[in-house]
Design a binder for this molecule. Structure first.
Ligand SMILES: [Zn+2]
Ligand SMILES: [Zn+2]
Length: 339
């Protein structure tokens, strides 16, 4: 099979690898589409994660079962998606529905601890695999993982009907968070600096207010929307100014959730005492949330497919270089693995 591997920081090479085999409760998936994640760029491509070891990255993918091994739950040809969180299912976190913070979550997940979605086949433990409903396309199915990341943040922010929520950053994670919050009946405000993404958020149908993050009147505009502050702020930009703006517009007793990795937010903890703010980090998602996202996609309630650009395996290197230069600015890049 063909696979992309890092040979040095910022340098992918196409290699030939053996197709993995189905053993140890694993099934083999022939991959159809793989999403490029922000962390693939900043934490993996740029740093050369696993460089020189023929390791294959990629944790957002879908495909069909090509070898079910011993599994009785899957058969050849089943359309599936897999989660990358390798929870042990046998610790206090796993037993209480917090398997996203299990000590073993990073051990063997595809694209993290074992070969992942930038190759044409992947082997995944069958309990990490879920069926894709017929009505969900491959392109959308490749986005189940980032959407689950967003839903987890929205749940931690305790977003429900009529919650006034402010989301900073309108990339894939911010827009999926907006879509999930909208489904729950929240009033959704989003800020973004990139003009193309501002336009996409405006036309998305699930954002009530779109603000330009670079507008010097942004704080006044936020005050007009939520005079006493927002019930919840979800940081999805990785930008220090955005997190500061978010925090300055949180209401007393409100919930601030950090999803994005990026610049260190400038946070004064005593502000949290004085205003009884709640701050929560958001890591991965629970299995329930992964399944909830698949259901929401099946029902047509969350869909970023119109904002995805499909590229070939050969174009990944160039695309990441262009993304770094700021030349490319689509919401999501999906690799067609069928060559
Ligand atoms: Zn990701
Ligand atoms: Zn565990």
């Amino acid at each position: 099979m063909k696979a992309l591997t890092l040979v040095a920081p910022k340098k992918f090479e196409m290699i030939e690898k053996n197709i993995p085999v189905a053993k140890d409760n694993k099934v083999v998936i022939k991959i159809s589409k793989t999403g490029i994640c922000g962390s693939d760029i900043h934490m993996i491509w740029a740093t050369g994660y696993g460089a020189g070891t023929n390791f294959v990255i990629g944790h957002e993918f879908c495909g069909v079962i090509s070898d079910p091994g011993n599994s009785t739950n899957f058969k050849i040809g089943d359309r599936v998606v897999a989660m990358e969180i390798d929870s042990c299912l046998n610790c206090k976190y796993c037993n209480s529905g917090h398997e996203n913070i299990c000590d073993h979550v990073l051990d063997g997940g595809p694209g993290i601890g074992t070969d992942g979605g930038y190759g044409q086949y992947v082997a995944v433990r069958e309990d990490m695999v879920r069926l894709i409903p017929d009505s969900v396309s491959d392109i959308l199915a490749a986005m189940v993982e980032p959407a689950a990341i967003s839903l987890h943040g929205v749940n931690l922010a305790k977003v429900e009907k009529d919650t006034n929520v402010f989301i900073t950053g309108a990339g894939a994670i911010g827009l999926f968070a907006a879509a999930c919050a909208h489904v729950k009946g929240a009033n959704v405000t989003i800020s973004e600096a990139n003009p193309k993404r501002i336009e996409i958020a405006r036309n998305s149908g699930f954002v009530d207010n779109v603000l330009n993050a670079l507008d010097e009147n942004i704080s006044e505009n936020l005050k007009k929307i939520a005079p006493a502050g927002f019930d919840a702020v979800i940081e999805c930009s990785g930008n220090k100014n955005a997190s500061t703006t978010g925090l300055n517009n949180l209401r007393k007793g409100g919930n601030m959730v950090l999803i994005a990795y990026g610049e260190q937010p400038d946070i004064n903890v005593f502000n949290f005492v004085n205003n009884e703010y709640h701050l929560s980090g958001s890591l991965f998602f629970t299995r329930q949330e992964f399944e909830d996202v698949i259901k929401l996609m099946e029902e047509g309630k969350i869909n970023l497919e119109p904002f995805a650009k499909v590229i070939k395996m050969e174009e990944v290197q160039k695309t990441l270089e262009n993304l770094e230069k700021g030349i490319e600015n689509e919401i999501k890049y999906i690799i067609d693995m069928n060559d």
